[in-house]
Design a protein around this ligand. Sequence first.
Ligand code: GLC
Length: 475
Amino acid sequence: MSGSKPAPTQVSRLLAQTLSGEISRREVMKRAAAMGLSAGLIGQMLATASRSVSAQDKPAGWSLTAPKNLRTDLKGAQIAVILGADGPVVPWEEAAVKLFSDTTGIQVKRTSGPESSTERLAQYQQLFGAQASDVDAMMIDVIWPGIIAQHAFDLGPAMKSIGASFFERIVDNNTVDGALVGIPWYTDAGVMYYRKDLLDKYGASEPPATWADLETLAKKIIDGERSSNPDFQGFVWQGAAYEGLTCDALEWQVSNGGGTIVDKDAKVTVNNPQAIAAFERAKGWVGGISPAGVTTYKEEDARGVWQAGNSAFMRNWPYAYANGQAADSKIKDKFDITLVPKGDGADATNADCLGGWQMMTSKYSKNTDAAAEFCKFLCSPEVQKSFAIEQSRLPTIPDIYDDKDVLAANPYYARLKPVFLGGAVARPSTVTKDLYNDVSTAYFTAVNKILTGQGDSASTVGSLQSDIEKILQDL
Ligand code: GLC
């Protein structure tokens, strides 16, 4: 046989037999030699195959375990739930739903919601407006309790029955007039992703601490990379006119000492030189270190560019970590996470926007008991741990941050713990109550105008200040 090349199927059968333990390593070397493969080559092929097999070997939901205290007396009940957007989270959610049904006998119909939080709220408001009983439970954004409290079934008792202590700050956020609008499912904080390999290549020993440093480094990396990769970008983020831009722009503003949109006394804080300078700076990125199309990007658009290996930096939420580390990711092991940079001037500070999702039961549901049980299941420590390990979602139970399996999957949790455990900057949803969405819509619309050159910063920010003041007259 020597001299003729082995057919690929012969080789892959050999690898599969070795990995499954069907034949010994010694035997594989013998057969490989007979096929004309060197010991070094077959060793390398085995190492690669065992890496991808171990990733593929683990089906979505492999780390899920059922909490012990679930009710089994609701067998046969049927509920419909709206969970994450179509995308990489769906297989894990489906596995979780199946485990819940297998454990409780409650049938669950899962559907995806829109990626944009702004569109999702509009969809829910239609359902609530019609007092629709066809959706029993749904995930809700951390900024909505004041907007949708009147449609929620009180989940206080369900949360208590989980028997774990949740972050007090989030529980307070989710409590309106004494009732719990949603059980905290996962929390979120805006973070900066950076390519370690490119920082090394271009002689940067640390990720950028300020926006000015990020700009300089991004330019340098673009200059070096574009000749071999014309699609290469410096920095991708969320610039579309939707809630995600409110998060990004709040970070620019706060990090530059420019106020928090509305302060805790309901005073509007956008029309000031530091906020204007922060928006001007971001406008300068568009079509420079960032693609011109960034003003239409949401989270998954940014992640698409980043995970294809086409950007040096990305602002996003922690969910992109697990995706970036997937077996088939181009950037696996080449990146890390740090704080969002500081601006300039005396009041400059790090600002990472607080996000996160809760599980709510609709008060129009005809199965509030079964729906509450589902919310309880998803927010249980067991399920949160799996969500952190497989999908890098930030737990809402502080103890889970010390779990060794969770830390092994997410080493950056240890470093960013102070931010994740309470240091993130909240959007002004508590103080603006049911008017938050109007305030945020005015804000992201104005910022998007500035970014796309449809309005100059100073006058757009001036009108924004008075628009928000008008909205808040109804507070
Ligand atoms: C993330 C956050 C959420 C925020 C949204 C904006 O999903 O968890 O709070 O509103 O992004 O796009």
